[in-house]
Structure formats: C-alpha cells, structure tokens
Design a protein around this ligand. Sequence first.
Ligand code: 5RP
Length: 229
Amino acid sequence: MSEDLKREAGKAALSFVKPGMRLGIGTGSTAEAFIRELAPKVKAGLEIIGVPTSERTRALCEELSVPLTTLEETPQLDLTIDGADELDGRLNLIKGGGGALLREKIVAQASKSMIVIADQSKVVEVLGAYPLPIEVNRFGLTATRNAIDALASSLNLSGEITLRETDAGKLFETDGGHLIVDASFGRIPQPQALAVALNTIAGVVENGLFCALADKAIIAAASGVQIME
Ligand code: 5RP
C-alpha cells in the first residue's frame, strides 16, 4: 500500500477518535500512519490515552508524545485502531505480519470496538493467501509444528509451515519472547473454526485469525475511502 493510502486510512480513522477515549493503538506501517495523524491532534489538545500493542508502537508514541498507559492500569478500552494483513467481507482478519498478534488480540478483546485500517488490496473473498502467523512457545517447537500440521490435515488444509526468521537470519522473537510460524494454507474457508482449533494445541500461544473482533474497516483506495461494517 502506498504511503498516501496509509495516510488516508489513518486520517479517516481519526474521525472515530473522541475526546476522553481510551485507545488501543495497533502495530504495523498503517497503524504507524494513524499514529502520525493522531499525534498533532493530541498536541493541539485532543485528550486521549493509548495502550500500545507492541514495543515498536510504544516507542513511536513516546517519540511523538502520544500519552500512554498500560492495559494493567486501564483494562477496558473504548476503541482499538489497527491494521491487518487480510480481511474478508465479514471482517474476519489475518493479523500478525508484524509479529504483534498476541498483544494485538489481547488489546482488541479489551476494547468495546475495533476499527481496521487497510487498503483495498487486503480485502479478499476467502482468507488465507497471506500466510497465517501463529505464535508458539519455544518449548516443544517441533511437536507443536507437527500438531499444527496434523490439525490442518484433519481440516483439509495443507501448506508449508515455516518458522519465521529476521532479515538477518535469526529466529524472529515476539515481544512476549515466543516464536512465530507462518502457515501457508492458501484458503481458510472457516476461520473461526480454525482459530478455535489451533488454540487447543498447548504449544500454540495465539493465532493470527481475528474473528468477530472488528466492527468496521476503513478501506483506502485510489478512488477514495470506504467503510465496511
Ligand atoms: C502486526 C499486524 C499488522 O497490523 C499487519 O501486519 C499489517 O501491517 P501493515 O500495516 O504494515 O501492512 O498485524 O502484527
């Protein structure tokens, strides 16, 4: 997505931010565009308090003087604004491309409402072209990967399950100290069922399927911004 579209989506999301709101603040380049739109409004007097969904987002908010709290201090949030890797027409999402899915899901679940900001290319008919990020415990990694594989086969899903690495070839570690495997299933016709089933595997910490969490999506395209709900 071009920087312009990210900015348009971020700007449109601002209209849903009201004074006094407790905001969940997402992770990724689109969420960052939103933070860069939010910061001047805060500077101009908009009173909000944010809970960041990653250390990366925390650092940017601190740099731009967006006031932050923790989910411990503020366990109920009004609105979360976050990006997504894919979304379908029912607002099921794949998230976790940036590796923040666990905190993102905890924050979204603690919010009365969630708005997704994305560009048109992320809207799909059926989720799954984007590899599904699954956060896993380091202990028993191979057993967990095998269990994910077996579960996928039982649901007639197949595809490569790869352990995420950084560009420097090191294991990617989440803010929670876990690892991520990316499952290239291709098509996930029943995301809710897969999300529930994946989380029955003990080594799975959380999966990147966000079902029944988003209320709206702000979709930016060259032709303008549209709201899906
Ligand atoms: C991070 C995420 C991001 O929201 C998702 O990867 C989209 O990122 P971007 O806006 O950079 O495309 O889920 O864990």
